[in-house]
Design a protein around this ligand. Structure first.
Ligand code: AMP
Length: 413
């Protein structure tokens, strides 16, 4: 079935065409009809499956075609998301799908002045995409009225729990009308999430995407056994061999992110870094530069593993294996999004072998191993050592020349 066969507004169909969305993805195929019928939905789907459009398309259609209500006099839908970045990204999808329709959306999150957000709210907004903190601030101040919400969406509910928003979500229910539609999206499911979900939804349709294999079918992923001290040489090799490709490199800590970036810079490879030490504004700038392809390599810690939509990432490199097995899925899910194909490779040192086992247990199957021939391994390390030695020699010569010049100048004086 194609989007052109759906009974949805023509403007929305046109916008989907512009986005290059022809056929619905699995999650879209399963959720759109249920959401259009007004049912509650409890969906287990990872990022990269097209889950944002799975709720954005029917919500926009419903609000756009509801002629009974005076459009701009109340907020009809609230989409709660765990992070600023995800809020911006979800809002972008809503804006693109709602273009030229009557539906108005607004994105609100903390860390920025609230006045502009309040002003926009007064102009009349249909859909608010919000992080919990700022949403509650505005609600307590009376600037955000949740009492007439018709649809509540919780996106990445599991991440919301990880970040400690459970009490906020429970409290929020007091301010929402009982008679509403609730759409609950989570990448994983456990007892806590189930409990929260069932306190929010009513007779929900349950949708689960690829429960047995949490890694998308579009991602070819493998592991290579590389010792800790040799990892940078292999990364250098991959980046040099795929200079035209967009690569996302995951490391364990922010210190390592900067260290790997420095090592790559010595090998004349331009990279960007993204971790929790970076200010929110700087993080957005980095993300934008990477999205536009100005710099093709981004080295990140797990803050970036979830939710964020970076289009056209060709490669994910797990420079370090993630400590939390679930993050493996989020990391490799940064490639092979929508209907594209992607590749992921993990570097696993001897010390990391137990972590690899845990990840494989989580995935319920082994990860394909790339056998590196001994000769190839040594060649990669030696070649890189060679370049570094040459570079060191060059920079030493330059330093010596500069010192000589200085001394000559001093003598003349
Ligand atoms: P999401 O899981 O919502 O983060 O979406 C992942 C990616 O899939 C995004 O880059 C979307 O643009 C893309 N996408 C979503 N739906 C479709 C579709 N029906 N056809 C092709 N690409 C899609």
């Amino acid at each position: 079935m194609k989007f052109s066969d759906y009974r949805i507004n023509e403007d929305i169909k046109f916008n989907l065409e512009q986005l290059g969305f022809k056929k619905p993805t699995d999650i879209q195929y399963k959720s759109i009809p249920a959401i259009l019928r007004g049912e509650d939905v409890l969906a287990i789907a990872q990022t990269g499956t097209g889950k944002t459009a799975a709720f954005a398309i029917p919500i926009i259609h419903k609000i756009h075609s509801d002629k009974s209500s005076k459009r701009t006099d109340f907020i009809k839908c609230i989409v709660m998301v765990p992070t600023h970045e995800l809020a911006l990204q979800v809002n972008e999808v809503f804006e693109k799908i709602a273009e030229k329709t009557r539906v108005k959306t607004l994105c609100i999150f903390g860390g920025v002045e609230q006045d502009a957000q309040i002003k926009s709210l007064y102009k009349g907004i249909d859909i608010v995409i919000a992080t919990p903190g700022r949403m509650f601030d505005l609600q307590h101040q009376g600037a955000l009225d949740l009492s007439k919400i018709e649809i509540l969406v919780l996106d990445e509910a599991d991440h919301m729990l990880d970040l400690g928003f459970i009490k906020d979500i429970r409290d929020m229910q007091r301010f929402l009308p009982k008679n509403r539609q609730t759409l609950f999206f989570s990448a994983t499911i456990n007892e806590h999430i189930k409990k929260l979900a069932y306190s929010l939804v009513n007779n929900a349709i349950r949708i689960q995407i690829s429960p047995k294999d949490p890694v998308s079918k579009n991602v070819q992923h493998a592991v290579a056994f590389i010792e800790m001290d040799d990892k940078r040489f292999f990364l250098e090799r991959i980046l040099k061999e795929h200079a035209d490709k967009k690569v996302l490199v995951f490391v364990r800590t922010k210190v390592r992110a900067e260290r790997v970036a420095n090592a790559m810079s010595r090998a004349e490879i331009k990279t960007l870094t993204m971790h929790s030490d970076k200010e929110h504004k700087e993080r957005l700038q980095v993300l934008e530069a990477f999205k536009k392809g100005k710099t093709k390599v981004l080295i990140a810690t797990d803050i970036n593993a979830r939710g964020i939509d970076i289009p056209n990432v060709d490669f994910v490199v797990n420079y370090d294996l993630p400590d939390v097995a679930e993050n493996y899925v989020h990391r490799v899910g940064r490639t092979g999004r929508g209907d594209q194909k992607g590749q992921a490779i993990s570097f696993c040192s001897t010390e990391e072998k137990p972590t690899l086992k845990t990840i494989e247990t989580f995935l319920t199957k082994p990860i394909h191993v790339i056998d590196i021939e001994k000769e190839d391994y040594l060649e990669t390390v030696e070649f890189a050592n060679d370049t570094i030695l040459k570079e060191d020699l060059q920079s030493l010569l330059k330093e010596a020349e500069a010192l000589e010049q200085k001394l000559k100048k001093k003598k003349k004086k």
